[in-house]
Design a protein around this ligand. Structure first.
Ligand SMILES: Cc1cc2nc3c(=O)[nH]c(=O)nc-3n(C[C@H](O)[C@H](O)[C@H](O)COP(=O)(O)OP(=O)(O)OC[C@H]3O[C@@H](n4cnc5c(N)ncnc54)[C@H](O)[C@@H]3O)c2cc1C
Length: 380
């Protein structure tokens, strides 16, 4: 069995330091302001692109810096250290928008759609969810009708991360009949006539990320923008979910880790009844349970990641890792606020944001219940 340290080596440490410095310099001083504003500046993508951060884990041929699966994990963990899940999710929209292009796209499509995004010049997003179809992906209704060398797209996408800012949307559309086989993926340029965006949707957490509804009204999209063949979209979406679920599990573990660290510090310093609250056995045991859950969850997630990295199918295991890490982050962020008492409810305390930001993790990228459906089909 591999030990904790073995997942990360010299290369990963260099990546960590790069992202750490970037967060310290470009994000941390502004994070509270951006959270309150409900967005971060567009040029953060360009800065992250120039620092090589957006390209981490992507092929060099398209402007990235390839590496094993733990390189991306190290980068995500350090990015989460900024304390805003919204910033991590906003910058991370490219990590759900770009992989289907790399998986299904032609050489020409990859060269056109990927490098500008990794440089931070363009922003990519992923559009699967619709107002009437979330978990039931096979039931999406946005229609794309082929007319000569174009598709005419009509419909709408809901809850799209970076939806306001995005220049290109990797979008699930129905080109065929009912069900999963009728779904295709199109890259839609946001400048296309007929493409429009709602304002930023107001959310419980992830305040700094923009989340939008997108509308298509006779939007003419070049047939050249079809990824793979017609009907291959559902496969592309499902493959993409594996990566997204791993990233969400890492985000949940980091959320729990930060909530634990904040709680340990607070419990040492805060006094009640003439002693630090860490002096109460009930608090100590709570912290012990939090630490135990965080460590177990992180180890399991790393183990699953290592197997994915080795090319093993881990559909059941990644669903378990997502659910387990979210269960842990739900409990740990709840307890962290509790340990902080009234201050835990105040915005200037990090645990308040961690608690809110955490709530989406067991909903996005496939809900807890959908993960259980997947797992049940594989164990029964
Ligand atoms: C902040 C945010 C960012 C997002 N970003 C994106 C994005 O970038 N791109 C994108 O495409 N989507 C995005 N989403 C959408 C997200 O993936 C969906 O919200 C999620 O998949 C759930 O779909 P739904 O909201 O339609 O819920 P529904 O599918 O309507 O589910 C409602 C409830 O019913 C349960 N349920 C549904 N079906 C079953 C079943 N078969 N068995 C048991 N229970 C079931 C669900 O688990 C849930 O509890 C985002 C959402 C949010 C809130």
């Amino acid at each position: 069995m591999k030990g904790f340290q073995e997942y990360f080596g010299e290369t990963h440490n260099i990546v960590r330091q790069t992202v750490h410095k970037f967060v310290e310099r470009e994000i941390s001083p502004f994070v509270d302001e951006w959270e309150e504003q409900g967005e971060f500046p567009r040029d953060l993508y360009a800065k992250a692109g120039a620092a090589g951060i957006l390209g981490i884990g992507y092929p060099e041929a398209y402007g990235g810096s390839a590496g094993d699966i733990f390189v991306k994990i190290a980068a995500t963990e350090e990015l989460m250290r900024c304390g805003s899940g919204g910033i991590a999710a906003g910058l991370g929209s490219i990590d759900i928008g770009i992989p289907p292009v790399l998986a299904l796209g032609t050489e020409a499509q990859k060269s056109r759609f990927v490098p500008p995004v990794l440089r931070g010049e363009k922003i990519a997003a992923l559009g699967i969810t619709e107002p009437d179809a979330g978990s039931d992906v096979a039931n999406i209704q946005t229609k794309a009708v082929r007319k000569n060398d174009h598709y005419v797209v009509n419909g709408s996408k809901m809850f799209i991360t970076s939806g306001v800012k995005a220049n290109q949307l990797t979008c699930a559309v129905r080109t065929g009949g009912e069900g999963s086989r009728g779904i295709s993926l199109l890259v839609i340029d946001s400048d296309t006539p007929g493409y429009s965006v709602s304002g930023r949707l107001k959310k419980m957490g992830w305040w700094a990320s923009d989340t939008a509804q997108i509308f298509f009204d006779d939007c003419r999209v070049p047939a050249l923008n079809l990824l793979g063949k017609e009907g291959q979209g559902f496969y592309g979406i499902m493959e993409n979910f594996q990566n997204e679920r791993l990233q969400l599990a890492i985000m949940a573990n980091m959320t729990a880790q930060m909530a634990l660290e904040e709680s340990l510090n607070y419990a040492r310093e805060r006094k009640a009844f003439n002693r630090p609250i860490a002096g109460f056995q009930v608090t100590r045991h709570k912290l012990v349970d939090m630490a135990t859950m965080v460590e177990a969850s992180r180890e399991f997630t790393y183990r699953v990641a290592a197997k994915i990295g080795a090319g093993e199918k881990q559909v059941k295991e990644i669903s378990m890792a997502k659910n387990f890490s979210c269960m842990v982050s739900d409990k740990v962020t709840y307890d962290a606020v509790q340990i902080h008492g009234g201050f835990g409810y105040m915005r200037e305390y990090l645990v308040e944001r961690l608690y809110r930001d955490n709530r989406i993790l067991s909903i996005g990228g496939g809900t807890q219940e959908i993960m259980k459906e997947i797992i049940s089909k594989m164990i029964l």
